[in-house]
Design a binder for this molecule. Structure first.
Ligand SMILES: Nc1ncnc2c1ncn2[C@@H]1O[C@H](COP(=O)(O)OP(=O)(O)OP(=O)(O)O)[C@@H](O)[C@H]1O
Ligand SMILES: [Mg+2]
Length: 328
């Protein structure tokens, strides 16, 4: 069992215990963010952790990897999605706490080996409207900056919910953009995990993403002093847990030369890169996958090597987070 200790918020700024937060992020679409979030969360829960997944993408792919669309429509859409919480931020509907939105996907939890748990805060297609709506009616200037600061820090604040205190880890699946919802995930995070394909655009994008994260964090920390009346000052400093290369083509069990070249370029940026890569396997991931149970938990999955990679990536992930304590 692994216990994670937060690097930040060392001082008792918050009144309830902090939960450890990691955002899975990359601007680039289709690089495996959602697949990695679902499988990493599932494997960590399988190892005994209490994991909360948060789907921040209006495409709702993470939600639909655990729930059938009909189920989502009937049971989650109108009351239990993260959109309701963001809606509450602008005062349109009564505020709801994040703890009230948690659901527990049955099939995935039924496949867990031990005492772990895998829960979810689902997403909603209407989350796309949030970005514009949050800043509605506020002109550029001091008031706009203040509103932006408030919204950027809102998820960090919302996750400090007593009801979420029992989770060992929150894993956030970000959309492929850097809008204010994604920014709120970055500000809430202890670490960022970056899945990437080993190709030209993905490698360019990683550098750009890290630059934008640095800018956002600096701005937020400066605003945190400027608007200290809104929120008690706390410095945020999300670290990079690392880059996980996905959809890799292998030759004799090694990434093909073209992929290796791009992977070396990312290492040269000074970013931590996970030694284990996730190979491409269209049959397993992209087609005809039974909904509800991530590949890493499925019995009799077609290719044990892929499951082994997912487990190995999970082990490396834990090591990158520098757990406070690892007990047998
Ligand atoms: N290792 C893999 N091999 C083959 N296909 C994969 C692999 N990983 C993910 N896929 C497939 O690639 C597609 C994109 O993956 P995924 O949805 O995880 O990416 P994403 O980064 O979350 O995308 P988006 O930016 O749209 O949210 C999906 O159809 C998924 O099933
Ligand atoms: Mg996704």
């Amino acid at each position: 069992m692994v216990i994670l200790r937060r690097a930040r918020y060392g001082s008792p700024v918050w009144e309830v215990p902090s939960v450890y937060v990691v955002s899975v992020i990359n601007y680039k679409g289709g690089v495996g963010k959602t697949t990695l979030t679902a499988n990493l969360g599932a494997e960590l829960a399988n190892r005994g952790m209490k994991v909360l997944l948060v789907d921040l993408d209006p495409q709702t792919s993470l939600t639909f990897s655990f729930y059938e669309p009909d189920d989502w429509r009937e049971r989650l859409r109108d009351g239990r999605t993260v959109k309701r919480w963001y809606d509450g931020l602008r005062g349109d509907t009564p505020a709801v706490t994040l703890g009230e939105l948690v659901v527990s996907p049955g099939p995935a939890n039924a496949h867990l080996a031990g005492a772990g748990r895998l829960d979810l805060i689902a997403s909603h297609l209407g989350l796309t409207d949030i970005d514009l709506a949050l800043a509605r009616g506020v002109a550029d200037g001091e008031e706009y900056d203040r509103e932006l600061f408030r919204v950027r820090g809102s998820l960090a604040e919302g996750l400090h919910d007593e009801a979420l205190g029992g989770y060992d880890l929150v894993l956030i699946d970000c959309p492929p953009n850097f809008n204010v919802v994604t920014q709120s995930a970055v500000i809430a995070s202890d670490h960022l995990l970056i899945p990437a394909k080993a190709d030209y655009l993905s490698t360019l994008g990683i550098d750009y993403l890290c630059g934008n994260v640095r800018e956002l964090v600096d701005r937020y920390n400066a605003d945190s002093r400027r608007f200290a009346t809104i929120r008690r000052h706390h410095k945020v400093a999300p670290g990079i847990a690392g880059v996980v290369f996905t959809m890799i083509h292998l030759n004799a069990q090694r990434p093909v030369a073209a992929h290796q070249g791009y992977m070396d370029q990312v290492r040269a940026l000074g970013l931590p890169v996970f030694p284990t890569v996730l190979r491409e396997n269209v049959t397993l991931f992209a087609t005809n996958t039974p909904r509800g149970v991530p590949a890493v938990l499925r019995p009799r999955v077609g290719l044990p090597a892929v499951q082994e990679e997912l487990r190995q990536i999970t082990t490396e992930f834990i090591a990158h987070l520098q757990p406070a304590e690892v007990a047998a």
